[in-house]
Design a protein around this ligand. Structure first.
Ligand code: DAH
Length: 336
């Protein structure tokens, strides 16, 4: 076969084979195969008489162009088919969306935010302090010196002689009075730490502290604020009883009892038949504390209180073991 006929044969065969390729992969293989056949045929051109070479060169280029065109044509066909398939895809835009599973705030977070909300409506703002606290802010400035028996209940996680994991939120009172002049109205929610561990006590728990300092603040103001708080929090008209008690940083001091939210005060298992449940401590700020905080106790008076938030949530939601709050068991958490 002369060279020209050979090129004709390659061109015809290549264009037909590529057009009929079963896949892109096949088309690529055929393209490579015929390219190399053309290259082999072209090598033979060197043996032609010089006069015939230009015409044969043109013939070879025509075969090469035809091969490339066939290959490009095949790829273009594939692209068009893919586009057409994409356009033909039917999407049902009326199908309902699949909802993503959603979490929610932890019960204790809800209770903390709610408590803050209620106090903020009475003009209290949130104050904060460190959980790793000095002995001075935690005890000394609150009139609990080193050897005071009142330390016994809270003598717990010391990091050094001077540093302790705060045992109550009361040091935030001190930090606030050292940096702000009266009038002061703050609440300080936060974690506290004690060496306690039973169904109603945990080594880490949450308190909310309150402090109001101004001219003419009285014990009656304290009681009014607490009654308002428990009534709002439990969404029931409940009253509060201030039972005389001793806290070194208040005088007079009291345990805060609220009317039992379950039986309304008639006596039940929760309140052990007394009609009252204890929710915290409170009192009128001791002049000693004012002295430590450089506040003039002749001019100003104040009240303070501290309550356990786990306990408030237990009473409101009937949670009977404090550990449930911290275990992260979704079956418990999703109930609230
Ligand atoms: N800090 C006390 C405790 O954790 C509670 C307390 C009692 C806070 C009396 C007060 C207060 O602000 O006036 O046991």
């Amino acid at each position: 076969m002369d060279l020209s006929a050979q090129l004709d044969a390659i061109e015809t065969e290549a264009t037909a084979a590529i057009a009929a390729a079963a896949s892109e992969q096949d088309a690529r293989a055929l393209h490579a195969k015929y390219k190399s056949e053309l290259a082999t045929a072209m090598k033979a051109m060197g043996k032609l008489p010089p006069g015939e070479r230009p015409a044969m060169g043109q013939r070879a280029n025509k075969a090469k162009d035809a091969l490339e065109k066939a290959f490009e044509g095949y790829l273009g066909g594939l692209r068009e088919a893919a586009e057409a398939a994409d356009l033909a895809r039917v999407v049902d835009v009326t199908l309902p969306a699949r909802p993503a599973p959603r979490g929610h705030l932890h019960l204790l977070t809800q209770v903390r935010l709610e408590a803050v909300q209620i106090f903020s409506e009475l003009g209290f703002v949130v104050a904060d302090g460190p959980q790793i606290e000095t002995d001075w802010h935690t005890f000394e400035a609150l009139a609990i010196p080193r050897d005071h028996p009142a330390r016994d209940m809270q003598d717990t996680f010391y990091l050094s002689d001077e540093i302790v994991l705060r045992t109550h939120t009361s040091p935030v009172q001190v930090r606030t009075m050292l940096t702000q002049a009266p009038p002061i109205r703050i609440v300080a929610p936060g974690h506290v730490y004690r060496r306690d561990d039973d169904p109603t006590h945990s080594p880490m728990f949450t308190q909310i502290e309150g402090l109001a300092v101004d001219e003419g603040i009285s014990f009656a103001d304290l009681k009014g604020v607490l009654i308002h708080f428990v009534s709002r929090f439990f969404q029931k008209d409940l009253t509060v009883r201030l039972r005389p008690s001793y806290f070194p940083f208040v005088e007079p001091g009291a345990e805060v009892d609220m009317q039992c939210s379950f039986c309304g005060g008639s006596g039940c298992r929760l309140c052990k038949g007394t009609g009252w449940v204890e929710i915290g401590g409170a009192g009128v700020v001791d002049p000693d504390v004012f002295a430590h905080c450089k506040i003039d106790s002749e001019k100003y008076t104040g009240f303070a209180f501290g309550m356990g938030l786990e306990r408030m949530a237990m009473l409101r939601h009937g949670v009977n073991d404090i550990k449930f709050y911290y275990e992260g068991d979704v079956r418990f958490l999703e109930q609230f």
